[in-house]
Design a protein around this ligand. Structure first.
Ligand code: 13P
Length: 256
């Protein structure tokens, strides 16, 4: 199984800045056969970066797209329009859920639209601080997972990637706390068990599960050794070239 290191740039970098960063990243990036590196630039940069990127070294990922392929949806961009530019797309990131009010139904349509357009969805799920405090973590994870996958045909289930990002551990959270490897392990076990119960153990054994939330060079190794974790979704640290490269090298060390 490959290890995935995905950088989510969120609302950072102009097209010019993104292009310069990618140029430096491609130059510095070691080519590891078993590590799949991807970055999720802002939408405006996807098309120019798709011409610049060396896809053997690095794949492009969208941060979001709309679930209809075309039509009267002012301001939206569809997976259909991104087809060919990207290999992956985040879907249901907590910032989409809580700032832009995306619910599981919308997320499910986006997951299906990504697959329909030959883009691998990275379905992001995770509980908030108060949900955890009230003991609702398992319910939230199950609901977001089953809800988000509800429009995927059973024989397509192997085409998804899951990212567990506890909302309280994301660096932008007001009082962000680091998740402990044990906390991550418990939820990743639940994710794998839910997938196996719903779609069968065989069909879901190879679905990658990533972790995200304040990942940095100092904690990446710890998260990557959590059983069942196949990679990392990195926000802030992916904006700093040296830190992102460090995380990729740590992944290589931990995994070999
Ligand atoms: P940080 O790594 O900045 O906490 O962001 C995590 C994230 O939201 C990645 O999608």
């Amino acid at each position: 199984m490959k290890t995935y290191i995905v950088g989510n740039w969120k609302l950072n970098f102009t097209v010019g800045e993104a292009s310069i960063y990618l140029h430096k990243l491609l130059k510095a990036l070691p080519s590891y056969r078993d590590i799949q590196v991807a970055v999720a630039p802002p939408l405006t940069a996807l098309q120019p970066l798709s011409l610049q990127v060396d896809r053997h070294k690095l794949k492009l990922c969208a941060q979001n797209a709309f679930y209809r392929d075309y039509g009267a949806y002012t301001g939206e961009v569809s997976f259909n329009q991104l087809r060919g530019l990207i290999d992956y797309s985040l879907v249901g990131h907590s910032e989409r859920r809580y700032i832009f009010h995306e619910d599981d139904k919308t997320v499910a349509k986006k997951v299906a639209a990504a697959i329909r357009n030959h883009i691998t969805p990275i379905l992001c799920i995770g509980e908030t601080e108060s949900e955890r405090a009230f003991g609702e973590t398992a319910d939230v994870i199950r609901d977001q997972l089953i809800g988000g996958l509800s429009e995927v045909a059973d024989d397509n289930i192997h085409k998804v990637i899951i990212a567990y990002e506890p909302v309280w551990a994301i660096s932008s959270a007001k009082s962000a706390k680091l998740a402990t490897p044990d906390e991550v392990a418990e939820v990743v076990r639940l994710i794998r068990a839910t997938l196996a119960d719903t779609y069968g153990a065989k069909a879901t054994a190879d679905i990658p599960v990533l972790f995200g939330g304040s990942v940095s060079p100092s904690n990446a190794g710890g998260y990557l050794t959590v059983p069942g974790v196949d990679g990392l979704l990195v926000g802030n640290a992916s904006l700093i070239l040296n830190e992102f490269i460090d995380i990729i090298n740590i992944a290589k060390r931990v995994r070999s």
